[in-house]
Ligand binder design. Sequence first.
Ligand SMILES: [Zn+2]
Length: 701
Amino acid sequence: MNDRLSRTASSMRRSLPYLALFATLPLATLAQSPAPTPPQTHYAPAPAFDTASIDKSADPCNDFYKFSCGNFTANNPIPSDQGGVDQFYTLYNVNTQELNGILQKYAAADPSRTPNQQKIGDYYAACMNTAEIDRKGLTPIQPLLDKINAVDLDGLLSLSGELQRLNVSVFFGFGEQQDFKDSSKQVATFDQGGLGLPERDYYTRTGDKDKQIRAQYVDHIAKMLTLAGETPADAKRDAAGILAFETKLAEASMTNTDRRDPDAVYHPQSLTTFEQSVGNIHFAPFFEAVHSPRVDSIINGNPKFFPAMVAAVQDTDMNTIHAYLRFHLLSAYAGQLPHDLDAESFDFYGRKLNGTPAQLPRWKRCSGAVDGALGEALGQVYVEQYFAGDSKAKTLEMVHDIEAAMDKDIDTLDWMSPATRIRAKEKLHGVADKIGYPDHWRDYSKLTVSPTDALGDVQRAAAFENDRQLNKIGQPVDKNEWGMTPPTVNAYYNPSMNDINFPAGILQPAFYDPKTDLAVNYGHIGAVIGHELTHGFDDEGKKFDAKGNLSDWWTADDTTKFQAKTGCLVNEYGSFVAVPGATAADDVHVNGQLTLGENTADNGGLVLAYIAYLDRAKKEGLDTHKKIDGYTGPQRFYIAFAQNWCENSRPESVRAQVLTDPHSPDHFRANGAIVNQPGFATAFGCAKGTPMVPASNCRVW
Ligand SMILES: [Zn+2]
């Protein structure tokens, strides 16, 4: 259920590591701080063109990242509550500070608040009140703990539906999605799930680091269960049983890389066939408990998973199953439970897994929590105050420029046949552009929010969102819907909608600055726009047509040529060492296959943004040779692009990213794309054969 959009939508960057972390544990790191303190630091936006990060002693032809971002690390130390810092983090701080200002204003019990103002203010106030959370202890989840401890095999499906409705991910995934092969339909989806570690390979990989993480995970489970009242000896036994149980689920799960292929996760079945595949277990009690409409057909994301999952449940003693459910309940709500549980959850998921020494301050976590629960109520106020006048019109103009650039680019591709070219243009012209915020705001009138019940608020918000999603099953698609909230510093392409989406939160300095020059804006946000548009034509996006249906519109010959071109990118990025080991055998490389879609989007997006920049400059009669801060327009364009990816990161954080995330680590996204850019050599006067202008390079779009 956590995966509804992210399953197919490709976003600009990974989910913000400082916010939330794993699909299965959306609030696991949303946790405690000593006292509810308002923000102490004032966060200023980064300059649109960051001359302070440029290392003039570096040769741009030799290492363009070092040239553009060489001084970033020295100027941007990593705060103790971060796995790393970059431009996204800087803007996240600015946006979160603005959200917090809004929330503090509405947190006071003022009778003149509108219903939405009351909800966002009270949600924030309850979240900030850690004294009240500590005072209540486990009481708010005791009814669920009692149900878990009493459940038998027959009652398990119903209880798992009840827990999933509250965003406690147990056993498997269930949700709603647009039917890949008929995007006008919204259908029910069953999928693999039920893990507490980030993904299946964490259970199966060998090597000292992985063994250590699994040992730490077992310790963590035992500590959580002990804090919830078990004796240490019982908790230790249960924790070992839980790892063994989850390992069986993991062994039946597909890898992240395999799951990037939409055909691999699309298996329509009748409900009868699905139920037969798991020994004629009837799912009616689950549908009822999770508040899903009754369906007679489903999409199965991984048919091999379900019989193995059922066998694993049947082969595991009920005490272990109870402990498994208790642990996942405690994890899901750690941020609204007493300090010790919250701190323990962070210690594992934040500190051990991600290398982050300290938790985010409570005000940031609570601002993020309101954004997660009531994102369009908070977002409406945010865009009124912070999404300035003509930002939407200006962004739309850039989007149109970049779409026109792609139109031109498709005409010039020497490898594509006329038949595929026609279909590619049809798809391009079918892309819908969504800028800033939705045309219609979500109705939260049925969601109750209390200023003193943090855990209840989170549960009610989870159930509200669950029901909103599942109510779509069988209903027409709402093309106005957004998969990200307005203040989000990110963007995405959704292949089923065939739309590109740019929240107001990223249309801010440094990514977009109405006061800077054209080259810089096209290098920053223009490359982001090009990135999302190119997702429609990466190895995953190419499988969906103009209407968002999974259908092969390519000639076989064109697909073969496309795969040869993307294979070049797989090799290029796969050669990058993200975390050097003691010996070459221990090096952690970027996974060229897992990151292929994102890398294709980065490379194509930058090509398109550059074409669009030159065309727009010509239209406006700008002299691109004129220097600003000592750099020509094309130079400023490429530096601005590379500076999207200036970063300073902890190795543990980079390691976790490389193992789980389809995005390459930031700094590889700069040089990884630069070496393939046709305009770069001229802009910086680099000779062919220099490291940034290799004799042979990769080009897809
Ligand atoms: Zn992307």
